[in-house]
Ligand binder design. Structure first.
Ligand code: CP3
Length: 333
């Protein structure tokens, strides 16, 4: 069994596996080199030679326990024929949403568009560097994808005014998303993903009363499906106020916490394996502080199944030497 599977499935507490969200990315000069020559981010994700190479870049440098496939949660709306662009210093920009067009897409069209992603996973999975390591497949949660598809760009602090106006559109989209997310997940597992992570980056935007409709029910459906494929699933409902309720209702195999939650109360309240927490900004400070903050998490979760990770992705201005120091600190523990 791979290190993360051991922690999640066997509740092992003696190993503290480590991987980092955005471990392949702009903080690595070897990534920036490739990125510079490939200004179209979607095409880069669809280039199986380059995306598999980028996925493996951090494993060549650091003693990490997992690779996460170099792709994006917005490949799903792309697969549904909504235009997706990544603009420098702005982030994602999506095109107009046409429900009639999206409703017409069938599984064959979708798989044809995303085929290179699965080939890339397959290629990474067979690489020698992946011996006894996990390969993390991922999707965006239905709610977060809905936010991007309707809002068309990152919402920052709030949604566009009329977000909930067209209830028919929202309900149709949620069903379409569920169908294609399942297909996307199944293909990732078939091609070698050993764990699936569901990113719900905008969970924190919803009021409590809306959580069942937009988060609990649609995410629970995906969690059940992933479990039926005998693959562990990690949920990351970023910014959600009550992680305990989320875990009790959605029942993921493990939960990733963001850096605003108190790890001590999480450790007491939650009885499933926990992942993450450390503020990525700590990697911008010095080794002494990094060590202190890293040991804090390791000590708190000493007797709890715990996968070391951050509370959000590695920041582009991070010095790779600090990542190396972090990985070594966790491995020496
Ligand atoms: O290393 C990894 O973690 C794997 C690859 C990965 C990317 N995006 C690559 C990427 C993963 C798992 C994601 C998930 C993702 N994408 C999320 C969920 C996690 C989170 O950050 O909350 C979200 C919301 C997105 C959507 C997205 N993609 C945004 C908002 C942006 C622009 C802002 C930013 O962080 O750069 C992206 C672009 C993106 N996705 C980059 C990378 C490496 C940067 C592309 C570049 O080089 O400009």
């Amino acid at each position: 069994m791979t290190p993360i599977q051991e922690t999640i499935i066997n509740d092992k507490t003696t190993n503290k596996p480590i991987w980092l969200m955005r471990q392949a990315g702009r903080y690595l000069p070897e990534f920036r080199g490739i990125r510079k020559l490939n200004p179209n981010f979607i095409n880069l994700c669809l280039n199986e030679n380059l995306s598999s190479e980028i996925t493996l870049q951090p494993l060549k440098r650091f003693d990490l326990d997992a690779a996460i496939i170099f792709s994006d949660i917005l490949m799903l709306p792309y697969g549904l024929n909504q235009k997706v662009e990544f603009k420098k210093d702005f982030g994602p920009q999506l095109g107009d949403l046409n429900l009639d067009n999206i409703s017409k897409i069938d599984e064959i069209d979708f798989l044809e568009k995303l085929h290179p992603v699965y080939k890339s996973i397959n290629r990474v999975s067979g690489n020698d560097l992946m011996n006894n390591k996990d390969l993390i497949g991922f999707v965006g949660a239905p709610w977060t994808l809905l936010v991007y598809m309707i809002n068309k760009h990152s919402p920052k602090k709030e949604l566009i005014k009329d977000f909930f106006k067209d209830e028919f559109l929202i309900n149709r989209l949620l069903l379409i998303l569920e169908k294609f997310l399942k297909i996307h997940i199944e293909q990732q597992i078939k091609n070698g993903a050993t764990v699936i992570q569901i990113f719900d980056s905008w969970a924190g935007l919803l009021e409590e009363k809306n959580l069942p409709n937009y988060i609990y029910i649609p995410t629970l459906n995906l969690v059940k499906y992933i479990k039926s494929l005998n693959t562990p699933v990690v949920c990351f409902p970023r910014g959600i106020k009550n992680y305990k309720n989320f875990c009790e209702i959605v029942k993921p195999d493990a939960v990733n916490i963001d850096y605003n939650v108190d790890p001590i109360s999480i450790c007491k309240e939650i009885n499933i394996p926990v992942q993450g927490g450390l503020n990525p900004k700590v990697l911008l400070t010095d080794t002494e502080n990094l060590k202190k903050q890293t040991l804090k998490y390791l000590d708190i979760f000493k007797d709890h199944p715990y996968i070391f990770n951050l509370g959000h992705g590695v920041l582009p201005e991070t010095n790779p030497d600090m990542v190396d120091y972090l990985v070594k600190t966790v491995k020496d523990y």
